[in-house]
Design a protein around this ligand. Structure first.
Ligand code: FAD
Ligand code: DHB
Length: 391
């Protein structure tokens, strides 16, 4: 089998890349180790930055998002039983975010790919990327019980944090920057209308909590829990009671309970692999970097990477020049590190570290108080939250 761009992974990064290449008239093959239902139902991100929304629309993949997504113009910070709203468009010159789940983005892109695009092989597992540093990189893969080889002009590893593509970069050329956090997020989905019409990020002495949503009738909520927690350790009643405690306000705000339909725990990690390119292998999305979820940057970063790659390859096609492909890693990493910084700062602003001293807690509260008193501080947060621009 032969193609121009071999794409490993059909998460948001791989699917969007296949779509962008198709629109540019460049052929690709996508290999995805899991089945379609798994990819379409894996519960993860929920917030699309303005730039991501614009990219999906321009790729002809925004129709259902514009019909069913929920545009949000603000977020609430909650601490010391008080509430503070950030007006995103007012602070950023008109930018906002969209609540539209990663599951739905993937469903839309899969439907388009199967209808109009090149091959997308579910249960097609990449085993290794070979000859990455040559003009003819290859992906060895298994599909329907048989091993095969995909010969490519370029390989893009969009296979997430646990994929195989990163392993094709020789260890002597890799640098990894990593931080693990001593806490995780317990996330639930509940069949109940969200108790607030915007997202609420709550800092509490007992730990962080986040109120989000998937639709006008489905709530998505998260609780900070110790690292290593098993979702089964928490009963539904315990979860609601803890959420009520952490969201409590002096003005009597109430949280409405409902049936919990899913529970899972996400560990928190910051991770960057440099460089994001080795020869003709390009890493994109979670295959190259991870952020802790606070601030909702992961999916949006993945989108930025594949847009950068697709533009660079189109430039090469049109002009013969490879300078944009050569600059891929540095171009992406500038944006990646801004998102790493933002996610780290949001995480430390809102979570309770198990080893926090009383001094640390006062500093955290002072940082939050600053956000309520200074438009410059608010603007900086809103600017990062709505997204860093693509170069
Ligand atoms: P993935 O979505 O991980 O996709 C990789 C794909 O590659 C998978 O389908 C996998 O099956 C496949 N694969 C792996 N190995 C192979 C192989 N060997 N061969 C073939 N295929 C393979 N981000 C946000 O922007 N906003 C949010 O609100 C947000 N919230 C989050 C909440 C939670 C609880 C979690 C866990 C994450 C959240 N994120 C959020 C992060 C976001 O989900 C990820 O950053 C995003 O999924 C990255 O997309 P990706 O395509 O790079 O990788
Ligand atoms: C969601 C996840 C986040 O990490 C975040 O900051 C906001 C919302 C969500 O899953 O809805």
């Amino acid at each position: 089998m032969r193609t121009t761009v071999g794409i490993i992974g059909a998460g948001p990064a791989g699917l969007l890349l296949a779509r962008l290449l198709h629109r540019a008239g460049i052929d690709s093959v996508v290999l995805e180790s899991r089945d379609r239902a798994y990819v379409e139902h894996r519960q993860r991100a929920g917030i699309l930055e303005q730039g991501t929304v614009d990219v999906l629309r321009a790729a002809g993949a925004g129709e259902r998002m514009d019909r069913e997504g929920l545009p949000h113009d603000g977020i609430e910070l909650r601490f010391a039983r008080r509430r503070h709203r950030l007006d995103l468009p007012a602070l950023t010159g008109g930018r906002s975010v969209m609540v539209y789940a990663q599951t739905e983005v993937c469903k839309d892109l899969i439907a388009l790919q199967l209808k109009e695009g090149g091959p997308l092989l579910f249960e097609g597992e990449a085993l290794a990327v070979e000859d990455a540093a040559t003009e003819r990189p290859r992906i060895r893969f298994r599909h329907e019980g048989r091993e095969d080889v995909l010969e490519c002009a370029y390989v893009v590893g969009c296979d997430g944090f646990w994929g195989v593509s990163r392993k094709a970069v020789p260890s002597g050329l890799s640098r990894v920057f990593e931080r693990m956090y001593p806490f995780s997020w317990l996330g639930i989905l509940a069949d109940v209308a969200p108790s607030h019409d915007e997202l609420v990020y709550a800092r509490h002495e007992r730990g962080f909590a986040l109120l989000s949503m998937r639709s006008p009738s489905v709530s998505r909520l998260y609780l900070q829990v110790p690292a290593g927690t098993d979702a089964g350790e928490w009963s539904d009643d315990e979860i609601w009671a803890e959420l009520e405690r952490r969201f409590e306000t002096a003005d009597g705000w109430t949280l409405t309970r409902g049936p919990i339909t899913s529970k899972s725990v996400t560990p928190m990690r910051s991770y960057v692999h440099e460089p994001m390119r080795h020869g003709r292998l390009f890493l994109a999305g979670d295959a190259a970097h991870i952020v802790p979820p606070t601030g909702a940057k992961g999916l949006n970063l993945a989108v930025g990477d594949v847009v950068t790659f697709a533009r660079a390859l189109a430039h090469r096609w049109e002009t013969g020049g490879s300078e944009r492909l050569d600059a891929y890693s540095e171009t992406c990493l500038r944006r990646v590190w801004q998102a790493e910084r933002f996610s780290y700062e949001m995480t430390s602003l809102l979570h309770r570290a198990p080893d926090a001293t009383p001094f640390d807690e006062r500093i955290q509260l002072a940082r939050l108080a600053r956000l309520t008193a200074s438009r410059a501080a608010e603007t900086d947060l809103a600017d990062g939250y709505t997204g860093f621009p693509l170069e």
